[in-house]
Write a protein that binds this ligand. Structure first.
Ligand code: SF4
Length: 172
């Protein structure tokens, strides 16, 4: 008699192994995967550029690089309709509370990409007027290095974030 195989369950396993499979939660892991897939495929970035890095971000959204391949072409003018903040450029001390307010206005779940060395660590602006790392203001999920990062690097950062979103567990 042929042995049937179901995805995630290996028939012919020992009772302990089957119990382990069931404990991992066949139904929940499938639902997790579906939610992660839906979230990663429908990320809408906030329209938010701070300095020269923003030009590269705009190029990433334009025709040549075409962010819409990943369902992300809809840069939203309202933070209430966005779930991704791309911090593209240096953050001045004056801008920091505004950036935080925009982040707070975005609905959960939300993610942040720090684009460029200025946003991530202050870059060449090692002075009192510029925030030395945007992760002191908002939680950052992915750091994109470079000055400025090319559109390919931002796209790599976005794909890295999508991988993270796809594999995270939404109910934890
Ligand atoms: S990392 Fe370079 S390109 Fe980006 S904001 Fe700083 S100086 Fe401008």
């Amino acid at each position: 008699m042929p042995v049937e195989r179901y995805e995630g369950i290996r028939l012919g396993a020992t009772p302990e192994e089957i119990e382990e499979e069931v404990e991992r939660g066949v139904l929940l892991s499938t639902l997790d995967r579906a939610i992660g897939w839906a979230r990663k495929q429908s990320m809408w970035p906030a329209t938010f550029g701070l300095a020269c890095c923003a030009i590269e971000m705009m190029a990433t959204g334009a025709g040549r690089y075409d962010l819409s391949r990943w369902g992300m072409e809809l840069f939203r003018a309202s933070p209430r309709q966005a779930d991704l903040m791309i911090v593209s450029g240096r953050v001045s001390q004056k801008m920091a509370p505004v950036l935080r307010r925009i982040y707070d206005q975005m609905p959960e779940p939300k993610w942040v990409i720090s684009m460029g060395v200025c946003a991530s660590a202050g870059g060449m602006f090692t002075n009192y007027a510029v925030v030395q790392g945007v992760d002191t203001i908002v939680p950052v999920d992915v750091y994109v290095p470079g000055c400025p990062p090319r559109p390919e690097m931002l796209m790599h950062g976005i794909l890295t974030l999508q991988k993270k979103v796809r594999t995270e567990e939404p109910f934890k």
